[in-house]
Design a protein around this ligand. Structure first.
Ligand code: MF3
Ligand code: CO
Length: 247
């Protein structure tokens, strides 16, 4: 699972496509838009860039992105639901370029949102940064989860445990998993060329999750709102390099 430079170059390309999907979708996140319209915007970016979807058809998943509003933690399916002012929405995007995968998520406010919602978004993004700062050679992988959990707990949030990050490369989900908490053991020792998707999910209330009957949508057990941030990141000798950004 140590990637060669030519493989990393392809993952960088895939990451840039994912970042462009998120940017284009973010421009359309406004009151009145449906989550199916957001899916269409992301699909058009894949088409323009000659990239393929890693989400569509994954274990039967029916869309190009996941759209997870308010109390939806993750894996919300785009539909005719209309976003309204004050909602928050997590958008999870992925792409395959030349056989290599990228995966990233952001949570966006819809118009003006409550201070509590803003704080949840900011803290979850801060946790992603804290987690990725641990992705350095010779540290152990599960330091990422330890750092993420610390940020979430300090803010009083429920740190989701049932859904985790993962290694990524020629498949979207590769071993090992990357928990967003300290799993009681240090995990593998990191080395340059290892690539991970780190993805904290924090609930404003407690950490419980419930999966709906559609088989995908995961909501908070107490109805509280939830935020999710994710990036695809490679371990290098000069620190973590995020692939899922635009230059
Ligand atoms: N990005 C999600 C993950 O984090 C994958 C979405 S599952 C899918 O790992 F079925 F929607 F593709
Ligand atoms: Co992921």
């Amino acid at each position: 699972m140590i990637r060669r430079n030519d493989e990393l170059a392809k993952m960088r390309k895939a990451g840039r496509v994912v970042a462009e999907m998120l940017l284009e979708v973010s421009k359309h996140v406004k009151p009145g838009v449906t989550t199916a319209q957001l899916d269409r915007v992301a699909r058009d970016v894949l088409g323009r860039r000659g990239a393929r979807s890693n989400f569509l058809g994954y274990h039967g998943y029916p869309a190009t992105i996941c759209t997870s509003p308010n109390d939806v933690i993750v894996h919300g399916i785009p539909s005719d639901i209309v976003l309204v002012e004050g909602d928050i929405i997590s958008v999870d995007c992925g792409a395959i370029v030349e056989g290599y995968h990228g995966d990233a998520a952001r949570t966006f406010p819809v118009g003006e949102v409550s201070t509590e919602a803003k704080r949840l978004i900011e803290v979850t993004q801060e946790a992603l940064r804290a987690g990725m700062s641990q992705l350095v050679p010779r540290k152990h992988l599960n330091e990422t989860g330890r750092a993420i959990e610390r940020v979430g707990r300090r803010a009083g949030y429920g740190v989701v445990r049932e859904y985790v990050g993962h290694a990524i490369g020629t498949a979207m989900h590769e071993e090992p998993q990357v928990p967003n908490y300290w799993p009681g053991k240090p995990g593998i020792k990191l080395a340059p060329g290892m690539v991970f998707a780190i993805e904290p999910m924090f609930n404003a209330g407690d950490a419980g999750t419930v999966r709906l009957d559609d088989g995908w949508t995961v909501v908070t057990s107490d109805g509280s709102i939830s935020a999710h941030f994710e990036d695809t990141i490679v371990v290098t000798d000069h620190g973590p390099e995020v692939f899922t950004i635009m230059d």
